[in-house]
Ligand binder design. Structure first.
Ligand SMILES: [Zn+2]
Length: 312
């Protein structure tokens, strides 16, 4: 696959003064999260009361209200159970992408298992909607230093971009010191893969996570607003927002687990919709694919300019 198309903003040379940020949703059910992995066996997924369909439809209505398009990273299991939801997301103008099949951390898999899981998810999502997908996001940001081989596999499997490497210290994930803004992995065999790290800000010499999931839900809205201002005025980059449909569902069944997991999962669920509405009202957003297209256009142009310089 080669999603090289020049997007309208790039082609028209439009100024980038009012930044369009990136909106993404990881489509999974409340019981699939890594925080509850010790308490919830995958064998029980089928028998648990699923809420991902209703919650994702809520997200879609919210996006429609503000005319926002985003990228929906589907867990393959969800796509298999609710193919009509995959079609609905696509029909409403959003980008479909892959969030694994079984929502297992990449560092817990062998390369062979990772490839099989990814293929199963891609086939399920693509078959449901009848379109090709280009983007991958690992469950729980689990592409870490131990499993960078996953990037080679993603490129080999035809992905154009990844959004899995969190440049922070965390007990479950992260590559401290990794780049904070979009970059390109140069891989074996001359392949490449674009990387879109989730948003971080620099404070007191550290990278702090922001504008996604629990950080968006638990930290004060004033912090998120400051992050958007930093990105627009200082960094002149796009904020990558991510969240999960279950984060808008304060009535979801409660799962008993470690206090820290419960705190992460259940704090401020009732505030999330309001926070998202605030962001959607005051900012503009686009899916990753728009950015991949303009990035590809920039690289194409660089190649053309090099060729022209050599010719002159
Ligand atoms: Zn996830």
């Amino acid at each position: 696959m080669n999603p090289i198309l020049i997007n309208e903003q790039y082609a028209s040379g439009a100024a980038d003064s009012r930044r369009t940020h990136i909106m993404s949703v990881d489509v999974e059910d409340y019981f699939m999260v890594e925080a509850f992995a010790d308490s919830v066996s995958r064998k029980t997924w089928n028998s648990r009361p699923s809420r991902v369909l209703t919650n994702t439809l809520r997200v879609l209505d919210l996006f429609d209200k503000f005319n926002v398009k985003g990228t929906f990273f589907f867990v393959g299991w969800v796509a298999q159970k609710f193919p009509e939801l995959v079609r609905n997301v696509h029909a409403r103008g959003h980008e479909l992408a892959c969030h694994s099949f079984w929502h297992r951390t990449v560092y817990s898999l062998t390369p062979k298992e990772f490839r099989e899981d990814t293929r199963a998810a891609v086939h399920t999502i693509e078959d449901a909607a009848g379109v090709k997908i280009y983007g991958y996001r690992a469950p729980s940001w689990s592409i870490t230093k131990e499993c960078l081989w996953a990037l080679d596999i993603l490129a080999e499997e035809g992905f154009a971009y990844d959004s899995s490497i969190y440049p922070i210290h965390h007990d479950l994930y992260g590559v401290p010191g990794a780049q904070r803004f979009p970059y390109t992995h140069q891989l074996r065999g001359g392949q490449s893969l674009l990387e879109f790290p989730p948003t971080t800000v620099r404070l007191l010499g550290q990278n702090l996570p922001a504008a996604g999931g629990g950080y968006l839900r638990i930290l004060p809205l004033a912090y998120t607003r400051w992050v958007f201002r930093e990105f627009e005025q200082k960094y002149r980059k796009q904020v990558v927002v991510y969240f999960h449909p279950w984060e808008l569902d304060p009535d979801q069944p409660r799962i008993r687990d470690k206090w820290r997991s419960q705190l992460r999962h259940y704090t401020n669920l009732h505030k999330m919709e309001h926070r998202l509405e605030f962001l959607l009202r005051h900012n503009s957003f686009q899916p990753f694919k728009e950015q991949v297209q303009s990035q590809a256009a920039v690289e194409e142009l660089a190649v053309l300019e090099t060729a022209r310089a050599l010719h002159e």
